[in-house]
Design a protein around this ligand. Sequence first.
Ligand code: AMP
Ligand code: MG
Length: 423
Amino acid sequence: MLPVSDAEATILNLVKPLDHQRDTEIVDLLAADSRILATPVTSPLDFPHWDNSAMDGYAVRYEDVQHSSEEKPTVLSIVEEIPAGYQPKSTIQAGQAARIFTGAVMPKGADTVVIQERTRQEDNRVFILTTPKLQDFVRHKASFYQAGTPLLPAGIRLNAPEIAVLAAAQCPQLNVYRRPRVAIFSTGNELVTPEKPLQPGQIVDSNQYALAALVRESGAEPLILGIVKDEPIALQEVIVHAIANADIVLSSGGVSVGDYDYVDKILESLEAKIHIRAVEMRPGKPLTVATFPTCTDAINRVYTKHSTLYFGLPGNPAAVLVTFWRFVQPVIKKLAGIAEGWEPVFLKVRSHDELRSDGKRETYIWGRLNLTDGVYEFYKAGGSHSSGNLINLAQTNALAVLPVGKTLISAGDEVQVLQIINA
Ligand code: AMP
Ligand code: MG
């Protein structure tokens, strides 16, 4: 049984990010949010595009106004009015000023803006009642960004701020990584789809729905392959199809040591390399992680065009969620081309409740991070924490982690928490 941190290192080492030339597509800016930029972006525009005024006021020559005060105002004649979006015509000469508004282009000759609150206008003359600093309230061309220099690097996720920058930089289309494809199927003779009436002994295949949602939330595209019976031939067929068509395969169930747990045997027969069979965690102990040869015709079959990572997740619904958040989500992010920040984030917070484990395996306890007086506290979900229970997982947003050897965290003590939902 592998410690969780070793399992994490092994798994993340197996991930080869998508290729920045082959695995990309062009998208319109309006459809680019949450996508991962594949090519660095530069802009041919300077920011600001021209010297412009940061305030409503008067564009002046500093030389003219450097000894102004309420008692001894400088009087300048107004030669032009410059609203935003207008190209100034005049060059400001000695003794002259232009009325100017926020964002408007600075006229030639002027180097400083005096805000209107420190002036008094009479007809076409302005009285400057203060001595500004040289270049006050002028936003200089290219002072925010210089044309042709790096604007955004590859490997970042495009959120609203980046979309705003790209729009301003006139980049209507972008080269982004394609979404990773994740095949999902469930195994088990007892499973049925949610709309079917249940016969004795049957349960609904909730894992497929959970995994499809998790995959989408992580920025990948689910390929849903349905329910597969605990039958070796049917399982082999779906596994071969999945590895040929996806970057990652997620199956749930059938990886334990029961008589009907065939997944590992089939993976072996398909010449997969099995890197992990069990992890020292609760829930989530039976966890298979395997890779397939890049290209093989061992039994006259090409399995896959690229290396596919196979996760045989346990069947228990809680274990599926926990192992996905702990191992699969970082894998999807790394594969998707995200350059930094795909590792899971752990926070240290106070536990509102007592937390217990048998200390034998790293234990994940689901609950909520709640804000109390501006400080996060972990609240354990009420109800059963059996890995067979999924009901009290609803409305949780965090997993408290008790390391191996730790049997008790008392109420009020600090605990490490994996934040699983950004809410
Ligand atoms: P297994 O890992 O196949 O032995 O399954 C472990 C437990 O999880 C059993 O109680 C299964 O009935 C349950 N289970 C397996 N697959 C699913 C699924 N897709 N949805 C909900 N529960 C499942
Ligand atoms: Mg099963």
